[in-house]
Design a protein around this ligand. Structure first.
Ligand SMILES: Nc1ncnc2c1ncn2[C@@H]1O[C@H](COP(=O)(O)OP(=O)(O)OP(=O)(O)O)[C@@H](O)[C@H]1O
Length: 192
């Protein structure tokens, strides 16, 4: 069955159906609607005032890539400036490729990039070293816990180095749902 026409421009075929509204949109109209919603959210919530220096936590993944891309498009209307901050956790075979992606993005977008490495910040400790030291101690599952805490610290340090007034990350509803589910699985639920 052919895709329906775009509900916004009526000229192109729809590429997707928006989950909440059910609206079928083509790629160009979806991107325009998404950018307008982000702009409205930022302005209505006064999240990023004019003049803000915004550090974008850039992991090289899709969420922070979309975040940086959209904020860059909105920069003239918001009157903010952007800085990319990437954290190198020192996870061999994983973060190297992601950091290379962030470097390519920074070059394409002509945005300044600052990389903060755990190894430099935490006296030679990388996540690989943390994993080795916790392996066999029955605490190896807590690697993510260590990494989350250290990453927040590293992002703050990166933001401090570039003089940022705000930090933004690509956390979204999926991440929140994942956190809630993981807390349930660990038995970390509120007791009344
Ligand atoms: N190494 C990193 N350097 C800088 N920011 C990071 C890093 N890892 C995560 N972040 C920030 O935290 C957000 C959530 O990270 P998470 O690990 O949950 O990845 P994700 O939800 O898959 O997002 P993404 O697709 O951007 O990687 C990212 O969108 C990014 O803004």
């Amino acid at each position: 069955m052919p895709a329906p026409p775009c509900a916004s421009c009526h000229a192109s075929r729809a590429a997707l159906r928006r989950p909440r509204s059910g609206q079928a949109l083509c790629g160009a109209c979806f991107c325009a609607a998404f950018e307008a919603e982000v702009l409205h959210t930022v302005l209505a919530g006064r999240l990023l005032p004019p003049g803000a220096v915004v550090a974008v936590g850039a992991s090289g993944g899709k969420d922070s890539t979309v975040l940086a891309h959209v904020l860059r498009a909105l920069t003239p209307r918001l009157g903010i400036s952007l800085q990319l901050v990437a954290v190198d956790e020192g996870i061999g075979g994983y973060r190297d490729a992601a950091l290379a992606a962030v470097r390519r993005q920074a070059a394409r977008w002509e945005l300044p990039l600052t990389v903060v490495a755990y190894e430099d910040l935490f006296g030679g400790w990388t996540m690989d070293a943390v994993a080795r030291s916790t392996a066999g101690s029955g605490r190896s599952r807590s690697c993510c816990t260590f990494c989350g805490v250290l990453r927040r610290r590293a992002l703050e340090e990166g933001a401090r180095r570039v003089g940022a007034t705000h930090i933004v990350t690509g956390h979204n509803a999926d991440d929140m749902a994942e956190t809630v589910l993981m807390n349930f699985l660990r038995g970390a639920v509120p007791t009344f």
